[in-house]
Design a protein around this ligand. Structure first.
Ligand code: ADP
Length: 668
């Protein structure tokens, strides 16, 4: 091994200019130079100045750790040099820095530079983060501001909505009150006019008849006007009043055809075609409202069709009337379809811009269709046309209900006070029937508790004979149930058993307790005392309008009903307590009280609790009032509907329910 090569030190001496005077052996070998050569020749290019500075500094004093890049063994290498001056020459001792040390240094330097770079980057990122943070804080503050703004806006909107609702309520109330104010005298004028025309109080002279005719016609017109204005408010408030008529589909189509024909100019390129209904059918609904819906759809179709045709077809199927209006017009894009039933909605189109319209037609049409128990659907294709279909029940639900009430009151022929007998033994039942019928009672037989319950849903006997043997617990429960239910609690119940259970029967509310066998004569005497003695059928009207009371008196004029009349709620309640009428007609809006107060008082008193009350109103009732009234009253009818026929039907109906003899043979 060449140990000399491993040595890392060498010595040279040079003059102040750097010319070598002495070169030791290792320097000679490693640097490949000898005396006389210039040191700067050994420098790696670019290191000459550094060497010159070393030489100059060494002349002034010893120098250590001077790093130089020299060519060693023919390759550039780092040499750590120490120099000292002696006389006119410089001694330089060189130490070769090992390669791996250089590499390590380089890598440390690189790492440091990298760290520095990273540090700088981190600083930059930190600054960026700070900037973003500031930005976020600013945005947050802005958002908080906007949020506060929105909250204020929201509160303002809520307030505005509340105010609008309040105003709508006031409007509805004002309209309802106004209508009451207008319609009460109008009904009176019409009713009195009719009486005059019927010559009830002596014949009219022909001139007088003509004048009364004018008065009636004028007041009818005025009433129609009031009704129309009200209809609009009602439809808006979802409380449309229905005027049910019976008419045929053919009639409807013919009249619509006539009304709509003038909408088309004679030279119009659009044809309006009415398909003949395949079969005629009878409709029972609000004709005016139905016609209004169809008119609206057809006029829209004509409006939005520039050429081609508008075709209307109508069919009655599965209890519903369906009218289809199909056009070949501009159509409606899919995205706009859902919106066209919104108030003020109009679809943008060049045609639209030229047309007049409010955007209220379809919403009103849909509301009307819904009021008739139906709906409107639409299908459309832009450029090809639209098809609107309105579908409503053939018979309006209200009409259907009125029919059954009328039918029931026409067919119920109760000739005597009825006794409900609950008894499962046929022979005993026959015995009851024979005796009771002979004594003038009407026996309603029930062979089980279920049958008895069914009877009680539609009739009100004057007494119940309950044979407790038949079903033991079930019968006792039934007794308890009868006495718990306010509708039946006041019907006397006569309990008959074979074993002495009087204590239990009384505890559950039995009015009489008898042990079998029963003495028929005693039973009859008892029932006769329970069933109130026959007394005239009284009807009470409570109305503060003198004309309304007068009209009712005339309606019931030649009927066997005795009419009591009260002007105030308090007077009415007093009369009801004193005379126990079979039915009360109660005006909804009395001067110093409402129907609710009167009803509450009547229901609170056991004597008047069971008297059916029919509310008569010229008021538009909102759903809540109507529901509340119907929970306590028998029916709600409008003054407009009230005729002799309806009054008598209502009375008969009420009498049938409470099981009191009705003396009118077929009221008309
Ligand atoms: P308007 O008074 O504008 O006719 P409507 O409520 O009746 O108001 O209709 C609302 C919108 O629905 C119309 O403006 C129109 O854009 C669209 N529309 C209604 N019927 C048709 C139809 N048959 N064809 C095309 N568009 C229709």
């Amino acid at each position: 091994m060449d140990v000399a090569r491993l040595s890392r030190e060498f010595v040279v001496a040079c003059d102040f200019a750097g010319t070598l005077r002495f070169v030791d052996e290792r320097a000679g070998q490693r640097l490949g130079v000898g005396p006389g050569r210039a040191l700067r020749e050994l420098c790696v290019a670019g290191n000459e100045d550094k060497l010159a500075r070393l030489l100059a500094q060494a002349q002034r004093g010893p120098v250590e750790g001077w790093e130089l890049a020299l060519v060693v063994d023919g390759r550039p290498a780092t040499v750590s040099a120490a120099a000292t001056c002696e006389g006119d020459q410089l001694w330089i001792v060189g130490t070769l820095v090992p390669e791996h040390f250089v590499q390590a240094l380089t890598s440390v330097e690189t790492t440091m530079q990298e760290s520095l770079r990273l540090h700088r980057e981190v600083l930059t990122q930190k600054r960026e983060l700070q900037r973003r943070n500031d930005e976020l804080r600013r945005v947050t503050l802005e958002l908080e501001d906007s949020n506060r703004g929105l909250l204020t806006l929201h509160a303002e909107l809520t307030e505005a909505a509340r105010e609008l609702r309040r105003q709508a309520d006031i409007k509805a109330r004002v309209m309802a009150n106004l209508s009451h104010e207008f319609r009460t005298p109008l009904h009176a004028i019409l009713g009195l006019g009719q009486l005059l025309l019927e010559d009830t109080d002596g014949p009219l002279a022909s001139e007088q008849r003509k004048q009364v005719g004018f008065i009636r016609a004028a007041s009818e017109e005025l009433l129609q006007l009031v009704n129309d204005v009200l209809d609009l408010t009602r439809v808006e408030a979802g409380q449309a009043l229905m005027r049910v008529e019976r008419f045929s589909l053919a009639e409807l189509v013919a009249s619509l055809r006539g009304v709509l024909r003038p909408l088309l100019a004679p030279d119009s390129p659009v044809r309006l075609i009415w398909d003949e209904p395949a079969a005629d059918a009878l409709l029972e609904t609000d004709r005016a409202k139905l016609a209004q819906v169809v008119r609206n759809l057809v006029s829209n179709a004509l409006k939005f069709t520039e050429q081609g045709e508008v075709r209307v077809s109508a069919v009655v199927e599965d209890g519903r009337l369906r009218v289809t209006v199909r056009d070949t017009g501009i159509g409606i894009p899919a995205h706009a379809l859902a919106g066209i039933f919104e108030e003020f909605a109009q679809v943008d189109s060049p045609l639209q811009a030229r047309l007049q319209g409010s955007g209220l037609g379809l919403p009103l049409a849909r509301q009307l269709a819904e009021a008739l128990g139906g709906d409107i659907t639409v299908e459309s294709e832009p450029g090809r046309g639209s098809t609107f279909t309105v579908s409503v029940p053939r018979v309006l639900a209200e009409a259907a209900e009125l029919q059954t009430v009328e039918a029931r009151s026409r067919t119920t022929a109760i000739g005597a006070a009825s006794i409900l007998v609950v008894e499962d033994d046929r022979k005993t039942m026959l015995m009851y029937e024979k005796y009771l019928t002979f004594a003038g009672f009407h026996v309603v037989p029930a062979s089980s508790v279920e049958a008895a319950r069914a009877v009680l849903t539609s009739a009100r006997p004057v007494a119940i004979v309950l044979d407790i043997m038949l079903e033991n617990e079930t019968s006792w429960n039934f007794l308890a149930e009868l006495k718990r239910d306010p509708k039946t609690a006041d019907i006397p119940v006569l309990v008959c058993t074979v074993t002495n259970r009087e204590q239990k029967a009384r505890a559950l509310g039995a009015d009489e307790f008898w042990l079998k066998p029963i003495d028929p004569d005693r039973l009859l005497r008892k029932l006769q005392s329970l069933a109130r003695p026959p007394r005239p059928t009284r009807v009470l009207i409570i109305d503060d309008d003198e004309r309304a009371r007068y009209l009712m008196a005339r309606h019931l004029g030649d009927s066997p009903y005795e009419l009591l009349a009260a002007e105030t709620g308090a007077e009415g309640i007093e009369l009801a307590r004193a005379h126990l009428p079979q039915l009360i007609f109660l005006d909804f809006l009395l001067r110093e009280t409402t129907a609710f107060d009167v009803l509450d008082e009547l229901k609170a008193d056991p004597r008047t609790r069971a008297i059916p009350v029919v509310i008569v109103t010229s008021q538009v009732l909102d759903d809540r009032d109507r529901e509340r009234l119907l929970a306590e009253a028998e029916a709600v009818i409008s003054k407009e509907q009230l005729s002799r026929e309806l009054a008598i039907h209502r009375i008969r109906d009420a009498l049938a329910k409470v099981g009191v003899a009705d003396l009118i043979p077929g009221a008309k």
